[in-house]
Write a protein that binds this ligand. Structure first.
Ligand code: 13P
Ligand code: 13P
Ligand code: MG
Ligand code: MG
Ligand code: MG
Ligand code: MG
Length: 381
């Protein structure tokens, strides 16, 4: 059976500042999810949050970028939660709903979309059922998954499965998107096969504010997509700073794909510093946290959650997901991240403590620079 897995997220309001959505907002989304499961539009699904972003994770049979799914369900669900947020006086009601009424699909309208369509066959010799993970970030840039994905899919020092599993040893095709491309409707993408082109992949992913991994496919079964990342930059839609992009990713695991321990390894060993944080304009290390965690850390220390699901060949989820970072195994990584965060915060706004110039260009700081420009004078030397 052909199944589509969708993970669509949006910030439509939060309590006491940009911390987390209210229970009533989550209930509004959950009710529409259930209604659409009952009507047969969707097969199964669940609602979570990571900081102030609500994620709807669900299965259906309508393919990627489907209007009934994106607009008829997801947009309507976020709209319902935004109305609750408005009635409750929550901060930033409807923040990520950047257009009046999206036509067709919600890509480019504000919400982040990760989607993969695949065949599930109970008799398949290599994939009789599905096992997948959802990663969600808050207070961070869409390139936040670049480094962890690079390490998992190209570096045996972080993923020994690339040596141990002959199907993974054949490598991957990585699709990278140029998030700054401002053409009409067309995206600017490049497809690179690894391991041969690993250093070319590295050369692009080095700049996570412009280039992001959008998808990864197996080279053992080239039609099998293992990764989908929501990689858009909100300021390119809105033309100004409207909050951080806060990406979401689907990563299928086990069998012909990496095992969960190989996918989460970089979050323990590398603890990368990423752009985002307070006003989306600083650089701080990511903090692995349980799903449904509010952002209350100093200076919006950016958070990442990771949950795992099983799905049967009919697209039904096992009743519970597993929460990877909700475990004391991650306390040490959290401690290292907090220590690194405190170190970089000591230099306040200077140099690399603030995000790079292209990010800051969408903030009010440029107005001050423009005003000061007029006060500059030329001096003969
Ligand atoms: P289990 O025996 O616990 O399933 O271990 C599987 C494994 O190989 C871990 O990568
Ligand atoms: P989000 O609302 O996109 O999470 O980010 C808000 C922000 O700018 C943090 O200071
Ligand atoms: Mg917010
Ligand atoms: Mg957010
Ligand atoms: Mg945001
Ligand atoms: Mg086992």
């Amino acid at each position: 059976m052909q199944i589509t897995l969708s993970a669509i997220k949006a910030d439509v309001g939060s309590i006491g500042g940009h911390t987390r959505p209210s229970e009533e907002m989550l209930d509004a989304v959950g009710m529409l999810l259930q209604k659409n499961i009952d009507s047969g539009l969707l097969i199964d699904g669940t609602v979570t949050f990571t900081g102030d972003d609500i994620a709807i994770i669900f299965s259906h049979r309508h393919g990627v970028n489907n209007a009934k799914i994106h607009v008829g369900f997801a947009w309507e669900a976020f709209l319902a939660a935004a109305k609750v947020a408005e009635a409750q006086g929550n901060y930033g009601a409807g923040q990520d709903l950047l257009v009046d009424a999206p036509s067709g699909n919600v890509r480019g309208a504000g919400p982040g979309v990760a989607e993969i369509e695949f065949e599930l066959d109970a008799k398949s010799e290599y994939r009789p059922a599905e096992s997948f993970m959802i990663f969600a970030g808050d207070k961070c840039a869409p390139g936040a998954f670049n480094l962890p994905l690079y390490l998992t899919f190209t570096d045996p020092m972080h993923n020994g499965g690339l040596l141990l599993n002959p199907k993974m040893h054949l490598g991957w095709t990585i699709t990278i998107i140029d998030m700054d491309h401002k053409g009409e409707a067309d995206d600017r993408i490049i497809r690179l096969d690894v391991p041969e082109r690993s250093w070319d992949v590295a050369a692009l992913l080095q700049n996570p504010d412009r280039y992001a991994v959008e998808s990864i496919h197996s080279r053992y079964k080239p039609h099998e997509q293992v990764v989908s990342v929501a990689a858009t930059r909100l300021h390119n839609i809105a033309g100004k700073y409207t909050g951080k992009d806060d990406p979401i990713a689907i990563i299928r695991n086990q069998g012909i794909f990496p095992a969960p321990e190989e996918i989460i390894e970089p979050y323990a060993t590398v603890n990368q510093i990423i752009s985002g944080d307070a006003r989306g304009s600083h650089n701080m290390p990511q903090l692995p946290v349980p799903v449904n965690t509010a952002v209350t850390g100093p200076y919006c220390h950016p958070i990442i959650s990771a949950i795992g699901f099983s799905m049967n060949h009919e697209g039904k989820f096992a009743e519970r997901y597993v929460d990877f970072f909700d475990n004391q195994a991650w306390d040490y990584a959290r401690h290292l991240s907090q220590r690194r965060a405190a170190e970089i915060r000591r230099q306040g706004f200077f140099g690399i403590a603030m995000a790079q110039q292209t990010e800051i260009a969408y903030t009010g700081l440029v107005n001050t620079w423009k005003q000061l420009d007029d006060e500059f004078e030329f001096r003969k030397s």
